[in-house]
Design a protein around this ligand. Structure first.
Ligand code: PRP
Ligand code: HPA
Length: 172
């Protein structure tokens, strides 16, 4: 499937010079949505280590991670922006493409020793996914893979990540 035909390019958003790859136009196409979830699931079947838990990163990671978890008979665990999770958390501050932010995970979200995959809509600079992988390390789980719909290769985000399988379905 031609995913680029379903993803809308928005010039100068959120700031001049940036071309924003808008996945809302992909999501609203039933065949597009099904294709990206099925494709992620197919790629996961090739992994040496099957994940027990799929972490989705707030907010657009929440669109894809639970659907993938359902497919794989895995659990879904949210990583959220600061102050949203009600129980005890681990926190990490990280650099965004456009500023800084803090991500959190419940300390008891994942039994130690479990296999975990991190899923998000986009990898740009890689700061968000790297921070999430550091959180996974803090809770003592085994990270086995990353999964993204869109990879902005020019920003070389993949280079920031640990050396693990890194699935992306479309590259810009
Ligand atoms: C976007 C995107 C990824 C992240 C990628 O999220 O959904 O999570 O940026 O950028 P990076 O690889 O440079 O870290 P954003 O923080 O804009 O939040 P949102 O999903 O709530 O819109
Ligand atoms: N599209 C969607 N999310 C993003 C982008 C983009 O181009 N860059 C950073 N996060």
């Amino acid at each position: 499937m031609d995913l680029k035909a379903l993803i809308r390019d928005i010039p100068d958003f959120p700031q001049p010079g940036v071309i924003f790859r808008d996945i809302t136009t992909l999501l609203k196409e039933p065949k597009g949505l099904k294709y990206v979830i099925d494709s992620l699931a197919l790629e996961c079947e090739k992994l040496e280590n099957t994940p027990d838990y799929i972490i989705g990163i707030e907010s657009r990671g929440f669109i894809f991670a639970p659907a993938l978890a359902y497919h794989l008979d895995a659990g879904f665990v949210p990583v959220r922006k600061k102050g949203k999770l009600p129980a005890d958390v681990h926190s990490i501050e990280y650099q965004l493409e456009y500023g800084t932010d803090t991500l959190e995970i419940h300390q008891d979200a994942i039994p130690s020793g479990s296999k975990v995959m991190i899923v998000d809509d986009v990898i740009a600079t890689g700061g968000t996914a790297k921070a999430t992988s550091d959180l996974v390390q803090q809770i003592g789980s085994e990270l086995v893979a990353f999964g993204f719909i869109v990879e902005l290769t020019g920003l070389e985000g993949r280079k920031k990540l640990p050396d693990l399988p890194c699935i992306s379905l479309v590259e810009y």
